[in-house]
Design a protein around this ligand. Sequence first.
Ligand SMILES: [Mg+2]
Length: 182
Amino acid sequence: MLFSITAAFRTVTDISPEILSQLGIRGLILDIDNTLADHNDPLPAEGVIEWIEMMKECGIRMVIVSNNFALRVKLFADLVGIDYVRESKKPFQKGYRLAAMRLGLPKRALAAVGDQVFTDVLGANLFKIKMLYTLPIGRGNKTLLKIRKAIEAPFIPKRIYGSDPSKPLEHRQLNAITYKEN
Ligand SMILES: [Mg+2]
Protein backbone atom coordinates (compact mmCIF):
# COMPACT_ATOMS: atom_id res chain seq x y z
CA MET A 1 0.00 0.00 0.00
CA LEU A 2 1.55 3.25 -1.14
CA PHE A 3 -1.16 5.61 0.07
CA SER A 4 -2.08 4.28 3.52
CA ILE A 5 -3.24 6.86 6.04
CA THR A 6 -3.13 5.80 9.69
CA ALA A 7 -5.53 8.52 10.82
CA ALA A 8 -6.80 11.79 9.34
CA PHE A 9 -7.34 15.06 11.17
CA ARG A 10 -9.01 18.38 10.43
CA THR A 11 -5.93 20.22 11.64
CA VAL A 12 -2.60 19.36 13.20
CA THR A 13 -3.80 20.73 16.55
CA ASP A 14 -6.43 17.96 16.65
CA ILE A 15 -3.63 15.40 17.03
CA SER A 16 -3.54 14.67 20.76
CA PRO A 17 -0.89 13.03 22.93
CA GLU A 18 -3.50 10.40 23.84
CA ILE A 19 -4.00 9.41 20.21
CA LEU A 20 -0.22 9.27 19.68
CA SER A 21 0.18 7.10 22.75
CA GLN A 22 -2.58 4.77 21.57
CA LEU A 23 -0.77 4.38 18.25
CA GLY A 24 2.62 3.94 19.93
CA ILE A 25 3.97 7.10 18.29
CA ARG A 26 6.77 8.95 20.10
CA GLY A 27 8.24 10.98 17.25
CA LEU A 28 6.70 13.17 14.54
CA ILE A 29 8.09 14.15 11.15
CA LEU A 30 6.27 17.41 10.43
CA ASP A 31 5.46 19.12 7.14
CA ILE A 32 5.27 22.95 7.22
CA ASP A 33 3.27 24.34 4.30
CA ASN A 34 -0.49 23.93 4.65
CA THR A 35 0.13 21.74 7.72
CA LEU A 36 1.73 23.97 10.39
CA ALA A 37 1.30 27.23 8.45
CA ASP A 38 -0.41 28.61 5.39
CA HIS A 39 1.75 28.20 2.29
CA ASN A 40 4.83 30.42 2.67
CA ASP A 41 3.30 32.24 5.66
CA PRO A 42 6.24 32.92 7.99
CA LEU A 43 3.96 32.53 11.01
CA PRO A 44 2.45 29.27 12.31
CA ALA A 45 -1.33 28.82 12.02
CA GLU A 46 -3.57 29.50 15.00
CA GLY A 47 -2.86 27.27 17.99
CA VAL A 48 0.21 25.65 16.43
CA ILE A 49 2.78 27.22 18.77
CA GLU A 50 0.76 26.05 21.79
CA TRP A 51 0.32 22.59 20.25
CA ILE A 52 4.07 22.25 19.68
CA GLU A 53 4.82 23.31 23.26
CA MET A 54 2.28 20.81 24.58
CA MET A 55 3.78 18.00 22.48
CA LYS A 56 7.27 18.88 23.74
CA GLU A 57 6.02 18.76 27.34
CA CYS A 58 4.53 15.33 26.65
CA GLY A 59 7.94 14.12 25.47
CA ILE A 60 6.99 13.81 21.80
CA ARG A 61 10.10 14.31 19.66
CA MET A 62 9.63 16.33 16.49
CA VAL A 63 11.57 17.25 13.40
CA ILE A 64 10.42 19.35 10.45
CA VAL A 65 10.92 17.87 6.98
CA SER A 66 9.98 20.32 4.25
CA ASN A 67 10.45 20.52 0.50
CA ASN A 68 10.47 24.30 0.68
CA PHE A 69 13.66 26.34 0.22
CA ALA A 70 16.34 26.59 2.88
CA LEU A 71 15.65 30.04 4.33
CA ARG A 72 11.88 29.52 4.55
CA VAL A 73 12.37 26.27 6.47
CA LYS A 74 15.15 27.56 8.72
CA LEU A 75 13.26 30.72 9.76
CA PHE A 76 10.09 28.77 10.51
CA ALA A 77 11.84 25.93 12.35
CA ASP A 78 13.86 28.38 14.46
CA LEU A 79 10.69 30.28 15.32
CA VAL A 80 8.95 27.17 16.66
CA GLY A 81 12.15 25.69 18.13
CA ILE A 82 12.26 22.42 16.18
CA ASP A 83 15.15 20.82 14.29
CA TYR A 84 14.66 20.58 10.51
CA VAL A 85 15.56 19.00 7.20
CA ARG A 86 15.15 21.49 4.33
CA GLU A 87 14.70 20.88 0.59
CA SER A 88 13.95 17.31 1.56
CA LYS A 89 12.55 16.22 -1.85
CA LYS A 90 9.67 14.26 -0.33
CA PRO A 91 8.50 11.62 -1.23
CA PHE A 92 12.14 10.52 -1.67
CA GLN A 93 13.62 8.86 1.36
CA LYS A 94 16.75 10.82 2.22
CA GLY A 95 14.93 13.48 4.26
CA TYR A 96 13.02 10.85 6.24
CA ARG A 97 16.19 8.90 6.96
CA LEU A 98 17.93 12.05 8.26
CA ALA A 99 14.88 12.92 10.35
CA ALA A 100 14.62 9.41 11.83
CA MET A 101 18.31 9.52 12.76
CA ARG A 102 17.87 12.84 14.54
CA LEU A 103 14.79 11.61 16.38
CA GLY A 104 16.68 8.52 17.52
CA LEU A 105 13.55 6.37 17.53
CA PRO A 106 12.68 3.12 15.76
CA LYS A 107 10.46 3.41 12.71
CA ARG A 108 7.52 1.81 14.49
CA ALA A 109 7.49 4.80 16.92
CA LEU A 110 7.46 7.39 14.11
CA ALA A 111 4.70 9.09 12.15
CA ALA A 112 4.79 11.61 9.36
CA VAL A 113 2.32 14.50 9.57
CA GLY A 114 1.32 16.34 6.39
CA ASP A 115 -1.33 17.49 3.95
CA GLN A 116 -0.20 16.25 0.52
CA VAL A 117 -0.99 12.80 -0.81
CA PHE A 118 1.82 12.58 -3.37
CA THR A 119 4.56 13.90 -1.08
CA ASP A 120 3.64 13.36 2.59
CA VAL A 121 1.44 10.26 2.31
CA LEU A 122 3.49 8.54 -0.37
CA GLY A 123 6.77 9.42 1.40
CA ALA A 124 5.63 8.02 4.74
CA ASN A 125 4.50 4.79 3.08
CA LEU A 126 7.73 4.37 1.11
CA PHE A 127 9.67 4.91 4.34
CA LYS A 128 7.27 2.49 6.07
CA ILE A 129 6.17 4.70 8.94
CA LYS A 130 2.71 5.71 10.13
CA MET A 131 0.95 8.61 8.41
CA LEU A 132 -1.20 11.22 10.11
CA TYR A 133 -2.97 13.22 7.42
CA THR A 134 -4.18 16.78 8.01
CA LEU A 135 -6.53 18.69 5.72
CA PRO A 136 -4.58 21.49 3.98
CA ILE A 137 -4.87 24.90 5.67
CA GLY A 138 -4.86 26.52 2.22
CA ARG A 139 -5.85 30.12 2.36
CA GLY A 140 -3.37 30.54 -0.52
CA ASN A 141 -4.06 29.88 -4.20
CA LYS A 142 -7.67 28.70 -4.26
CA THR A 143 -7.63 27.36 -7.83
CA LEU A 144 -4.52 25.26 -7.28
CA LEU A 145 -5.90 23.94 -4.01
CA LYS A 146 -9.18 23.00 -5.70
CA ILE A 147 -7.35 21.05 -8.39
CA ARG A 148 -5.21 19.33 -5.77
CA LYS A 149 -8.23 18.40 -3.68
CA ALA A 150 -9.94 16.84 -6.71
CA ILE A 151 -6.87 14.76 -7.56
CA GLU A 152 -6.28 13.69 -3.95
CA ALA A 153 -9.90 13.06 -2.97
CA PRO A 154 -9.93 9.29 -3.70
CA PHE A 155 -7.03 8.81 -1.26
CA ILE A 156 -8.44 10.73 1.69
CA PRO A 157 -10.28 8.73 4.39
CA LYS A 158 -13.94 9.57 4.93
CA ARG A 159 -13.58 9.88 8.70
CA ILE A 160 -11.68 12.95 9.81
CA TYR A 161 -10.96 13.73 13.46
CA GLY A 162 -12.24 17.13 14.48
CA SER A 163 -14.30 17.65 11.32
CA ASP A 164 -17.28 18.30 13.57
CA PRO A 165 -15.98 20.92 16.02
CA SER A 166 -19.02 20.41 18.27
CA LYS A 167 -17.88 16.87 19.02
CA PRO A 168 -14.90 16.34 21.29
CA LEU A 169 -12.12 14.09 20.04
CA GLU A 170 -12.36 10.78 21.79
CA HIS A 171 -10.02 7.84 21.79
CA ARG A 172 -12.72 5.39 20.88
CA GLN A 173 -13.20 7.17 17.55
CA LEU A 174 -9.86 5.71 16.62
CA ASN A 175 -11.38 2.26 16.25
CA ALA A 176 -13.64 3.54 13.52
CA ILE A 177 -10.73 4.70 11.42
CA THR A 178 -8.92 2.37 9.10
CA TYR A 179 -5.75 1.88 11.03
CA LYS A 180 -2.97 -0.07 9.43
CA GLU A 181 0.02 -1.32 11.37
CA ASN A 182 3.21 -0.51 9.46
MG1 LIG B 1 2.31 20.64 2.82
